[in-house]
Design a binder for this molecule. Structure first.
Ligand code: ASP
Length: 736
């Protein structure tokens, strides 16, 4: 094993040559370049990330703040997952134009659909600013002074990084503040929907297959970035023109073979590899069981309602997906953490850490882990209250958060008027009222209220329930049914016309009256309860935990210098690399690393509604009309797995081969990997990608939108690295 060393702030990080665990900071790739080359990388670290010339990073955009996307043509064509574009596809859908069911394809640019609010953000540069952030910080400073000084330093860094540009910037802590990076971004705001396959392709397998291998989902959708006449970000305008990127990904027509190098470049959201035993115990034994129970309860209601009507199916599709995605993941995560004995492993690590730290006289390291234990005991109820609040308020009955979206007008009408912001607030609410009711089915919401309010009272630590909620329940003879009736029968927030009337002829008095609205009162009570009883304690303790985690992580790195270290994902751009490979996580069986179109037909034949497909798709697959998109063995490959370490946020990330060419689109992990945010196991953790040739087949052969494929640069054969453009060979797809 070769040990490479790189400086990450004040830390030494070592890497073994079997580098499948870890999400690496692209600005620091040089130190792992040799390792990647040994695994099959042909281009250089500078080709992947450069601030001086165009590089792969210029083709990668954070999509809508949560997912990843990549540019695949010189005209700003953007590829991401179907599940990442799901909300946009859903919002454009109606009974007349059901794009969720039938798919959508813009046959010319004029047919592309606008998506107000949707953004694509590129990274201009990332720089280690640890020293600058710590300037003027001394050991004897109070926490408050320290925070104030850091804020001042951050503002100066941002100012310097963005002066005279249309860029934005922010500073993020890495490894709990052992180092800091400034990240400069450029955000495009006119992103239009170009194409989406029917859900029978994009969401094939539904909840049955989500987080599961073998997989046959064509989880992709296409958008296009538009820019102003100067190619710079601009608000939506008909005058805007397709964005011309500094780099776009060429598409490999060769696919991957087992053992081939792959890398995934994107914006992983959050990992928590350093959680201590008590924190993991909280996840396994408290948070996950509560969340799973609450979500299972609402999913039972939503699923049944969706089955009852096509309209409700459209209305609740996106909501159902976001609830069920995490629900299923938490079940898998608990299974994996228990099976891998995460608690035992964490405990043993902490025991040796403590022993070693004592032996070396590192008192602050021992104190940190001891104090963390105490704090995890103290924070438990506050954390649970926060988690229950989030589940109930943001994923429970919609009437509450909807009512609360009026709080500005209800509480501060005159203030808005004085500041001249009233009109904007009223207009904003009018459009949100429309979109809320478009996707609202009151009986379903009532059923969710009934079931989840019960669970809310059961799970919330008693003394942290907001007083007003307790009183409201008592006033209703402790009957949730009565609470529900009172809420839905008397609230204006179930009545679109009445709300629109109010917004059309507004008055301070009329809005002030809503303070007595039962839905608004509950929403306000939950909010106030959280901010008064939970947040202050939770925040203070959590801040102390974070500060101690900084010491603990620094201690781990110092005491065990030969282990592999990488900074937890924090929604910043990262590169992860591995190989196309299968796995054998279950005794007596092994997973192949790819699936083919034959498996789609096999699953369809089971009769499970999650595998239903339109007749024309079945016909086209049965005809085996794969065109130039077949693998060299004649099969159409659908998905493949790799040992690239990914997490949520990596959805939509490109899977890139050693030449810098697009081979797949990341969209999921296998069931046996769902615990990898907390505990990564290189033997079993696999990410799941759609084979890019299946994407092309769907666009071209299935949907007849070959003009989109014509925009791309397809590469086949033994060309050299993509960064030498003269070696590229254009192919004209011929599928007739
Ligand atoms: N399918 C996942 C998600 O939606 C992506 C992942 O976590 O690997 O979050």
């Amino acid at each position: 094993m070769r040990i490479l060393t790189l400086t990450l702030g004040l830390l030494f990080v070592s890497l073994s040559s079997f580098a499948t665990e870890g999400m690496f900071i692209p600005a620091l790739l040089e130190s792992i370049e040799d390792d990647m080359r040994a695994m099959g990388l042909e281009i250089s670290a500078e080709d992947i990330y450069s601030v001086n010339s165009s590089s792969l990073k210029d083709a990668i955009a954070q999509f809508g703040g949560g997912c990843t996307s990549e540019i695949i043509s010189s005209q700003g064509l953007l590829l991401t997952n179907h599940h990442c574009g799901y909300r946009q596809i859903q919002q454009h859908s109606s009974l007349e134009n059901n794009y969720l069911k039938d798919g959508f394809w813009a046959m010319s640019m004029s047919e592309e659909l606008t998506n107000p609010g949707l953004t694509a953000t590129f990274i201009v540069r990332m720089d280690d600013v640890t020293a600058k952030m710590l300037q003027g910080i001394t050991d004897d400073m109070s926490a408050q002074d320290r925070a104030a000084k850091m804020k001042e330093n951050e503002a100066a860094i941002i100012e310097a990084m963005t002066r005279g540009t249309n860029h934005e910037a922010f500073v993020r802590p890495f490894n709990y503040g052992n180092s800091y990076f400034s990240i400069v971004t450029k955000t495009y705001k006119d992103v239009r929907l170009v194409g989406a396959p029917p859900s029978a392709i994009g969401k094939f397998g539904g909840d049955t297959d989500n987080w599961v291998w073998p997989r046959h989902t064509g989880d992709f959708s296409l958008f296009r970035i538009y820019a102003g006449p100067d190619n710079e970000p601009a608000e939506y305008s008909e005058e805007n023109r397709p964005y011309e990127p500094a780099h776009y990904l060429p598409v490999s027509m060769d696919g991957v073979e087992e053992g081939d190098f792959t890398m995934v470049y994107g914006f992983p959201g959050r990992t928590e590899q350093y959680l201590t035993t008590d924190a993991v115990d909280y996840v396994i034994n408290t948070a996950n069981p509560m969340r799973i129970h609450m979500r299972e309860t609402s999913l039972n209601i939503i699923d049944q309602a969706m089955r009852s009507s096509e309209k409700i199916q459209i209305q609740y599709a996106a909501k159902q997906s976001s609830i069920s995605n995490a629900y299923k993941k938490w079940i898998g995560q608990n299974g994996g953490l228990i099976e891998l004995d995460a608690l035992g492993k964490k405990q043993r690590l902490e025991d040796s850490y403590r022993q070693l730290a004592s032996l070396k006289g590192k008192k602050e390291y021992v104190d940190a882990i001891d104090r963390l234990k105490v704090l995890h005991g103290e924070i438990r109820d506050y954390r649970l209250a926060r988690d229950v609040f989030i589940e109930y308020y943001f994923y429970g009955p919609e009437i509450l958060s909807f009512a609360n979206s009026f709080s500005d007008l209800i509480e501060n009408y005159e203030g808005l008027e004085e500041k001249g912001e009233l009109k904007k607030a009223l207009e904003g609410l009018k459009s949100s009222v429309k979109s809320h009711f478009k996707d609202y089915h009151q009986p379903t919401d009532e059923a969710i209220y009934l079931a989840l309010t019960e669970l809310y009272f059961d799970n919330m630590p008693g003394e942290l329930i907001p007083d007003q909620m307790r009183t409201f329940k008592e006033k209703n003879k402790n009957s949730i049914e009565r609470m529900k009736m009172r809420t839905y029968e008397r609230s204006i927030f179930t009545n679109e016309q009445a709300l629109m009337k109010l917004l059309d002829s507004p008055s301070a008095k009329a809005f002030a009256k809503l303070m007595k609205d039962p839905a608004y009162q509950q929403a306000a009570a939950h909010y106030a309860g959280y901010f008064q009883k939970v947040r202050p304690q939770y925040g203070a303790k959590n801040q102390e935990i974070d500060a101690l985690m900084k010491t603990y992580v620094a201690g781990l790195m110092e005491l065990f210098p030969n282990k592999t270290y990488w900074a937890d994902a924090n929604s910043t751009l990262r590169l992860t690399y591995g190989k196309a490979e299968g796995s054998a996580p279950v005794d007596g069986m092994a997973y192949k690393f790819y699936t083919t179109a034959n498996g789609i037909l096999q699953k369809n034949a089971t009769g499970n509604p999650d595998f239903e497909m339109p007749a024309d798709l079945i016909k086209k697959l049965e005809a085996r009309n794969y065109g130039p998109y077949a693998h060299k063995d004649g099969e159409l490959r659908i998905c493949f797995t790799g040992s690239n370490h990914t997490t949520g946020g990596n959805s939509g990330s490109p899977a890139i081969n050693g030449k810098g060419q697009l081979v797949g689109l990341n969209f999921d992990r296998s069931w046996e990997s769902t615990m990898s945010d907390i505990l990564f196991d290189p033997g079993r953790c696999r990410n799941i990608m759609v084979d890019i040739r299946y994407v092309l087949w769907v666009v071209d052969v299935y949907a007849g939108a070959g003009h989109l494929v014509d925009e791309m640069t397809l590469v086949r054969g033994e060309e050299k690295a993509e960064m030498e453009p003269e070696m590229e060979m254009e192919l004209t797809p011929d599928t007739q």
